[in-house]
Ligand binder design. Structure first.
Ligand SMILES: [Zn+2]
Length: 264
């Protein structure tokens, strides 16, 4: 470990941040060694590679109820999203997924024996039966449905008050991304779509998704929401958009792209 390397230390699923005055940032390994001691730190280290934009980083895992040292604070990753900036947030998301995978694969799900990190395969490997357990990524689709100058946005009861976003859902076994978009839109709001176009993708570490974004045109049907999934959905013009999701999200990128195409 290099002392100046940045540290992704998780207390449960929350990330540890260095607090200096109002400013929050990722701590260095040296700063953690000062408060936890070299031995305590080594014990909490998660032996998986974390490649971040600023170079190699080290991950640590502490219990959720571990006392937070002075000069530090723990934040949920969704909160840290608002303070870290894109590069550090992306790296923190990667670290969190690997730490969670490590924490939850200590035993083989096939035979029950204790596993060990296999650096060559980047897997948790079972010495008894040879099974490799890789970190899982769950693909999900997200789509902006457009009808002329209007975009279809919905809100989940989990959203902050007033926020509407593009429709999203997880891919099911046996389903293509395109089939998933058609199914999700029809299930959630009861309309059919056509002319599906790929937009882009974004890792979404809550807890382990990859969001695959699309734009589609409305084909037919009126909005009829599935109240188990969303509480409201409407057509919005660029001039009368509601509260929008965070600027760093692919949902926001889809909506800004719509705004630019229609208003521009
Ligand atoms: Zn096994």
């Amino acid at each position: 470990m290099n002392d100046r390397e940045r540290a992704f230390a998780f207390f449960g699923t929350s990330v540890l941040l260095r607090a200096t005055g109002e400013a929050l940032r990722l701590p260095t390994v040296a700063e953690l060694a000062e408060v936890f001691g070299d031995a305590g730190l080594e014990q909490s280290r998660v032996p998986v590679a974390i490649r971040a934009a600023h170079g190699p980083s080290v991950a640590f895992s502490f219990d959720e109820d571990h006392p937070v040292p002075d000069g530090f604070r723990v934040d949920g990753l969704r909160v840290a999203w608002h303070t870290l900036g894109e590069a550090d947030f992306r790296a923190a998301g990667t670290a969190r997924q690997k730490v969670e995978w490590y924490r939850t694969h200590r035993f083989c799900s096939r035979c029950g024996a204790a596993t060990a990190v296999d650096a060559a395969h980047e897997s948790m490997t079972c010495p008894a039966c040879g099974q490799h357990h890789f970190p899982r990524v769950a693909p999900a689709v997200i789509v902006l449905v457009q009808r002329g100058p209007e975009a279809l946005l919905g809100r989940s009861p989990r959203f902050l008050p007033g926020v509407y976003s593009t429709l999203a859902g997880f891919v099911e076994p046996g389903e293509s991304l395109e089939e998933c978009v058609h199914r999700e839109v029809e299930e959630e709001v009861g309309v059919r779509i056509a002319n599906l176009r790929y937009f882009g993708s974004q890792p979404h570490p809550f807890p382990n998704s990859l969001m695959v974004g699309f734009v589609a045109d409305w084909l037919d049907g009126e909005i009829r929401i599935d109240p188990r999934e969303i509480e409201d959905a409407r057509w919005f013009t660029p001039e009368a958009l509601p509260e929008l999701p965070h600027p760093m999200s692919i949902a926001r990128a889809l909506i800004e792209d719509f705004r630019a195409r229609v208003a521009g």
